[in-house]
Design a protein around this ligand. Structure first.
Ligand code: CDP
Ligand code: MG
Length: 145
């Protein structure tokens, strides 16, 4: 089966940002995949932005803690492009809960627990498109050739 070229959104979350793991995480992306970074920006989410970004989880028991965490410090957002980018990036990230994440994945190496889990990745084509638009305009992204 041929692999589809996709874009996805990655976030280096406040825990990883504050532990100075940006380089290590980008190193994992560049050494373990053929995904390319086509956009990048550091920012701090407002409470309203975080609530909107994670609206799908509103009402869940971890929602308030997640919003507190995601607004606790700066993040880096990355737009990734390449073959099966959505699945590929989620494979490199590992499971949401680092205790369940495969050895060698970013979450198994760098996450503290199921909330403070170092990275985000979009989970489907429609969420990837919406999440990329949340942070990047079309002219912010490198056009792959
Ligand atoms: O990030 P991922 O898509 O793997 O997981 P999710 O189920 O979409 O949850 C979004 C985020 O909420 C997670 O990455 C965690 O930071 C947080 N979360 C949590 O704090 N407690 C849980 N039981 C599940 C998720
Ligand atoms: Mg998710």
């Amino acid at each position: 089966m041929s692999r589809e070229l996709q874009r996805t959104l990655a976030i280096i979350k406040p825990d990883a940002y504050s532990y100075r793991l940006i380089g290590a995480i980008i190193g994992e992306i560049e050494s373990k995949s053929d995904l390319r970074i086509i956009g990048a920006r550091a920012l701090r989410l407002t409470r309203e932005q975080a609530r909107r970004f994670y609206a799908v989880h509103e009402g869940k028991p971890f929602y308030d803690k997640l919003i507190m965490f995601m607004t606790s410090g700066p993040i880096m957002v990355l737009a990734l492009h390449g073959p099966d980018a959505i699945t590929r990036w989620r494979e490199i990230m590992g499971s949401t809960d680092p205790e369940e994440a495969k050895e060698g994945t970013i979450r198994s190496m760098f996450a503290s627990d199921v909330t403070f889990n170092a990275v985000h990745g979009s989970d489907a084509p429609h969420t990837a498109a919406a999440e990329l638009t949340f942070f990047f305009g079309d002219t912010d992204l490198i056009q792959p050739r």
